[in-house]
Design a protein around this ligand. Sequence first.
Ligand code: ATP
Ligand code: MG
Ligand code: MG
Length: 406
Amino acid sequence: CRASSDSDVTPSGKEVLPVHGLSETIVGVLGGGQLGRMLCQAASKMAIKVMVLDPQENCPASKLAYHHMVGSFDDSATVQEFAKRCGVLTVEIEHVDVDTLEKLEQQGVDCQPKASTIRIIQDKYLQKVHFSKHDIPLPEFMQIDDLEGAKRAGDLFDYPLMIKSKRLAYDGRGNAVAKSEDDLSSAVIALGGFDRGLYVEKWAPFVKELAVIVARGRDNSIVCYPVVETIHKENICHIVRAPANVSWKIRKLATDIASRAVSSLEGAGVFAVELFLTVDDQILLNEVAPRPHNSGHHTIEACYTSQYEQHLRAVVGLPLGDPSMKTPAAIMYNLLGEDEGEAGFHLANQVIGRALHIPGATVHWYDKPDMRKQRKMGHITIVGPSMGNVEKFLYSMLNDEISDSQ
Ligand code: ATP
Ligand code: MG
Ligand code: MG
């Protein structure tokens, strides 16, 4: 309780208490996975209270959050109940109940980014329509409703053809490649059929995948993190190299497109823009995530302001921090489950054991109770004086023979 002399009164007569510290806004996060966990870690430095809503009792964020409400972020009544307790509502996953978010906004609940943004992004086809209207370069795309439509798309875009489900896609689950017309029906079946809502994208013949984290403050100020290169393994982000080894011209083009894409969406927060670099130096947008992202994990050790701190600053209305790198080079390596159960934990522990001997390496473990193949269990960031230097340590971490001989 504060002395009344500390407080102010607004014209409406409502008492406004002065802020002690950075912000007293309680941040509600829909989702309590590893991104929510790292938001909680950043919040702890600033003494910002983060509440998470996640159905899993022992989700990665549960032990670090100010409060964990156990419940579904896709259930209307639960999200409404959760929102009542928060000063601002944000997300660490886009697959949330957006109708409820829209209703809550109408009732005056502060959602950042805006529900309109989540609605566009959670449907990849809508996302593509939106960005093409805003003149953002994309691979060509079209909706498919039946096999005839898929064949027409194949004739138009040629093969290989990327078939994607519009909704609930992540880590490549929701993508299928048809190498020829003969593959179309099995690819569609693998994605759950046309009823699931499918569209196709022309194959992007990329030479590199790039990503840019863009942050927008509540005052609409925008900052962009240095362009990174992302390397995927079976459609899952596996390695991130920061900064990307591309020309100044490509860095500028990628940053401009990312910044324009985010400017077309509403609300504050951090956004990740995934891009393709083609052989003829074009940049095409793949997709945007309206939240902190795997391609920005390295910012914790490598940048003055991490993407997690930045997201919190943005949604509570603090000035945005400096996104630039404070170390010349960084590599992030995702610890993806390589086997089920104990065998998988054992393999991960071997890599972690080697990482602990590497100068400049930081190990993040998400504390997920179950190990599964391809599951994101943790990550390791290595920072150093040059890309050659951190690459050398990455190889030694991944190859016990090299590290044993060091
Ligand atoms: P995320 O985990 O990033 O949300 P996702 O399930 O939404 O992944 P996408 O980003 O659509 O999947 O695609 C996953 C990967 O598949 C891309 O990073 C890229 O390597 C490849 N890919 C996607 N679209 C295309 C395309 N049109 N042409 C070629 N490769 C593509
Ligand atoms: Mg995605
Ligand atoms: Mg993606």
